[in-house]
Design a protein around this ligand. Structure first.
Ligand code: NAP
Length: 244
């Protein structure tokens, strides 16, 4: 532990498992006070209790404005402020263009894009007022590729996250609030458990799918003061799957 987030109050959405859980664990190791938000309270509780510095479990559906407001109210009632927001919660529902129902489209956009927007909106007054803060959004390689294996609504939602990141970074820069994103490639989590990892690894120049910790390390950099001069940036963590 190097204390890169010593005593910072951090909120991680979708923190119950996968990449979000790895982010919570790394943040806590770096001295942060972590709010673990998830739609599944049991998962949030499990992560919060497992941290080196136990965190606060928060039940939050990021696609609901009322749910987000209640979650932020719980966080600020407990910790009093917010230094870092990580918009990690996301879903991947499989569909081609032709078989994508309206309900599937709406749900993916509601969680991945609207959820990011709602949480940013809730965080802005808390950060703007203090003229400090860092927001890290979770985009995807799909934002640039259009989705290698289909998933058009997912890719569109993540392209929206990337655009939102840049627009918000420009808006919040005068208030010294930084906004960045990470764009993972293929990471071994429940989200990708049905994929053929050997086949995918063969298409990745570095020869393997990533671990949640690979993404967490990049999120930590963007959340910490080491990135004090970085804003509006989207960092690829994809083993070379997409290079530009
Ligand atoms: P994951 O293992 O499925 O974890 C996602 C977490 O978000 C779960 O705990 C999930 O809860 C929670 N969640 C889902 N809907 C939510 C909502 N409406 N409100 C709050 N929490 C919600 O996924 P992951 O692989 O760690 O992915 C994390 C992020 O990275 C996502 O934004 C994803 O799009 C992005 N990403 C992942 C990959 C990859 O290869 N894994 C690649 C690129 C980008 P439940 O378990 O109850 O659903």
């Amino acid at each position: 532990m190097t204390g890169r987030l010593a005593d910072r109050v951090c909120l991680v959405t979708g923190g119950g498992r996968g990449i979000g859980r790895a982010i919570c664990q790394l943040f806590a190791q770096e001295g942060a006070r972590v709010g673990v938000a998830d739609i599944d309270m049991e998962l949030a509780q499990h992560t919060a209790e497992s941290l080196t510095r136990p965190g606060l479990a928060i039940e939050m559906d990021v696609s609901s404005k009322a749910g987000v407001e209640a979650g932020f109210a719980r966080l600020t009632a407990h910790y009093g402020c917010l230094d870092v927001l990580v918009n990690n919660a996301g879903i991947l529902l499989s569909s081609t263009f032709e078989d994508c129902s309206e309900a599937t489209w709406d749900r993916i956009l509601a969680v991945n894009l609207k959820g990011t927007f709602l949480c940013c909106q809730a965080a802005i007054p808390l950060m703007k007022e203090r003229r400090q803060g860092a927001i890290v959004n979770m985009s995807s390689v799909a934002a640039k590729s259009g989705g290698f294996t289909g998933y058009p609504p997912y890719a569109a939602s993540k392209a929206g996250v990337s655009a939102l990141t840049i627009g918000l970074a420009r808006y919040l820069a005068p208030f010294k609030v930084r906004v960045n994103a990470v764009a993972p490639g293929v990471i071994a989590t429940d989200m990708t458990k049905t994929a053929n990892h050997a086949e995918l690894a063969a298409r990745i120049p570095l020869g393997e799918v990533g671990d949640p910790q690979d993404v967490a390390a990049c999120v930590l950099f963007l959340a910490s003061d080491e990135a004090r001069h970085v804003t509006g940036e989207i960092i690829d963590v994809n083993g070379g799957l997409w290079m530009d």
